[in-house]
Design a protein around this ligand. Sequence first.
Ligand SMILES: Cc1cc2nc3c(=O)[nH]c(=O)nc-3n(C[C@H](O)[C@H](O)[C@H](O)COP(=O)(O)O)c2cc1C
Length: 354
Amino acid sequence: MEPETPPVGPLNVFDYERLARERLPAGAWAYYADGAGDRVTLRENRAAFERIQIVPRMLRGVKTADTRTTVLGTAVGVPLLVAPMAAQGLACAEGEVATARAAGATGTLMIAATEANRPLAEIAAAATGPLWYQLYVYQGRRAMAERHVRAAEAAGCRALVVTVDAPRWGRKETSERDEFVLPAGMGWGNFERDADDISLEPAALAWDDVDWLRSLTALPLVLKGLLAPEDAREAVARGVDGIVVSNHGGRQLDGVPASITALPAIVAAMDGRCEIYLDSGIRRGTDALKALALGARAVLVGRPVLWGLAADGADGARRVLGLLRDELELAMALAGVGSVAEVAEIGAGLLRMG
Ligand SMILES: Cc1cc2nc3c(=O)[nH]c(=O)nc-3n(C[C@H](O)[C@H](O)[C@H](O)COP(=O)(O)O)c2cc1C
């Protein structure tokens, strides 16, 4: 008898995207996939990465690359962090608990979201790697924000990531047209009254709120969602420790530049004064390499983690992160850079901008 050829599993994150689409109910799929408006920014997040070319260095004797680095002093095995994303319970029953296991197994950290389905304490109990906490501040609810910050401290989170690009929710028309609403029975782990609190209005934060948050906690403070160098300069002046250059995965204001396009001016403005991370559109290890070469300390991976979760729970999310890690390691070796520090050293010299 002929030996059976083993089926070829998913080879990249796009294979996981297809699996997720097959397995998720249409409404949940649309909620995860959606972008704001005409989705120009959503598409640009990919297109901008594709325009940048890598100019590899040869004859440097690099066979394997070391992907380890640190973020705000915390060691990670790979500069791919898990982006904060609401409602991971739509992807699999374990929700954020599964994501925490996957992040730990990959040797990286997860940014746990305020709008998680599972309580932060449960996520922290399951986590085998470090956690950061993403904070949404809601209109008129500073006391709630403070409660969430204290919970993050108690859970051992190592940084507070405040999302600043959402004074209101962006309009995502596919989910609106399908009248998708998050399932009524869905639990919101970080809110006392399940359904009511999640319909809270986000606050239109201002710089004095950043001062307030800075005074509230000794945790390193990261602002997520900046695109303008002027804002990055102000953030550093206010004692912020890190910023995430992000357009929220194209889900807030349509027509803004891809984060990777906005990154160089922010890196130049910061001049090493704070750590800079990037998200929106990371789908390949080569995308991460490009962001690192342009000065990002690490990148955040968003939807691909949800695709892995939807395809196969914690194992799926772990494999997605593992694929991206392996792709990054291979890309570094083929580009002749043996470590994350070497990528930073050669910097934009490793790229040709399209
Ligand atoms: C379904 C979904 C939910 C999200 N929820 C949050 C959230 O609660 N807080 C937040 O700061 N960002 C949230 N984001 C944005 C992500 O943190 C991240 O910026 C974005 O997904 C990165 O882009 P990518 O999906 O192209 O990788 C969400 C994104 C998605 C896709």
